[in-house]
Ligand binder design. Structure first.
Ligand SMILES: Cc1cc2nc3c(=O)[nH]c(=O)nc-3n(C[C@H](O)[C@H](O)[C@H](O)COP(=O)(O)O)c2cc1C
Length: 348
């Protein structure tokens, strides 16, 4: 059930396949005989140095993949000065996340119901020291994911007979996870905070965004954008960055492949506007393709959870090394020393 929650996508999952095919279709331009011995993966993000051009996407209930997953993410973010996204429905309280990430945490907000609760969370994030707020806008209603529905997956987590059998068949997961305490939506354990994952988020509109812009003096990122017209309107509305994303194909099955939407959005918002990308990235080479397609920074989601599920903190450290090596090697093979090439680096 947990694997299907993490791995699953909307509908028949054709959106996920479409983006995978689009990523595979992009080719890089191999270049030769350029001294590429001094490569750097360092980049600048909101005026600060990040040691990698990739970070950790916000994901709800990460601790389902393994005990302490959220905190492993936070420590990794601190070590490399890269952002870890802290979901509204994270399994560790937002205050603890930013402390463990030594400031390298971005709070991700879902606007739900009439918004009163969402604005309370915004104030809490500000009080905790968050400088960057990520408003996710691609979930006006939660997408139907058949793999979750089949298992009766619910948040907050409920253990009925069906789930009990599933857990009994997976003793390693059950013992380690359930003995560490059933993962909770930790931001809502405090008095006065309530969240229903299935509650409609459909009421949010452009005036909501304007209110949020007024209420948030820090960096405001809008995540889940696939349309150039929307991107231009967001830029006009004063947001600081846009994250091109299909939520890892977990929402609208028929959405265009986000990796294909990225160059058009880059064109629409101009060269200098900060654009981020996530969805479907599975390797350092994939991430390089997204950077060369117009993103200034990218995020991985599921791969980090798979790594934790496979081998805990060691798994996460290992995937980090693998992604780093893959990107660095691909840069060497394409004649790149750094990540802002002055000539086209995609071929075709
Ligand atoms: C298990 C899971 C939970 C997620 N929860 C959230 C969330 O709470 N908020 C959010 O903005 N995005 C959420 N996302 C989407 C990710 O932030 C990101 O867009 C996506 O995972 C990127 O695609 P990838 O997994 O193919 O790398 C979630 C994704 C997964 C896989």
């Amino acid at each position: 059930m947990v694997f299907d929650y993490i791995d699953g996508a909307a509908g028949q999952e054709t959106g996920a396949m479409r983006n995978r095919a689009a990523l595979d279709e992009i080719t890089l331009r191999p270049r030769i005989l350029r001294d590429v011995s001094a490569r750097s993966l360092r980049t600048t993000l909101f005026g600060k140095t990040a040691e990698r051009p990739f970070g950790i996407a916000p994901m709800g209930m990460c601790n389902l993949s393994g005990p302490g997953a959220d905190l492993h993410f936070a420590r990794l973010a601190a070590r490399y000065s890269i952002p870890v996204g802290v979901s509204t429905v994270a399994s560790t309280p937002l205050e603890r996340m930013i402390e463990m990430a030594e400031g390298n945490a971005w709070f991700q907000l879902y606007f739900s119901g009439d918004g009163a609760g969402s604005f309370k969370l915004v104030n809490r994030a500000r009080a905790a020291g968050y400088e960057t707020l990520v408003l996710t806008v691609d979930v006006p209603e939660v997408g139907r994911r058949p793999r979750e529905l089949r298992h009766g997956f619910k948040m907050p987590f409920r253990i009925g007979p069906r789930q009990f059998v599933d857990f009994a068949l997976h003793p390693r997961w059950s013992l380690s996870t359930l003995l560490n305490g059933k993962p909770q939506m930790a931001n809502f354990e405090m008095e006065g905070y309530d969240f229903d994952r299935t509650e409609s988020r459909a009421k949010a509109d452009w005036s909501t965004l304007a209110r949020l812009r007024d209420a948030w003096p820090g960096n405001l990122v809008v995540k889940g954008v696939l349309d150039s017209e929307d991107a231009v309107a967001l830029k006009k509305a004063g947001v600081d960055a846009i994250q091109v994303s299909s939520h890892g194909a977990r929402q609208l099955e028929s959405a265009p492949a986000p990796i294909k939407a990225l160059p058009a959005i880059r064109n629409a918002v101009g060269e200098d506007f900060p654009l981020f990308y996530d969805s479907g990235l599975r390797s350092g080479e994939d991430a390089l393709k997204a950077l060369l397609s117009g993103a200034n920074f990218v995020f991985f989601g599921r791969v980090f959870q798979f790594a934790i599920a496979a081998a805990g903190k060691e798994g996460l450290d290992r995937i980090w090394e693998v992604l780093t090596d893959e990107m660095s090697i691909a840069m060497a093979q394409t004649g790149l020393m750094e990540l802002q090439p002055t000539e086209p680096a995609l071929s075709g």
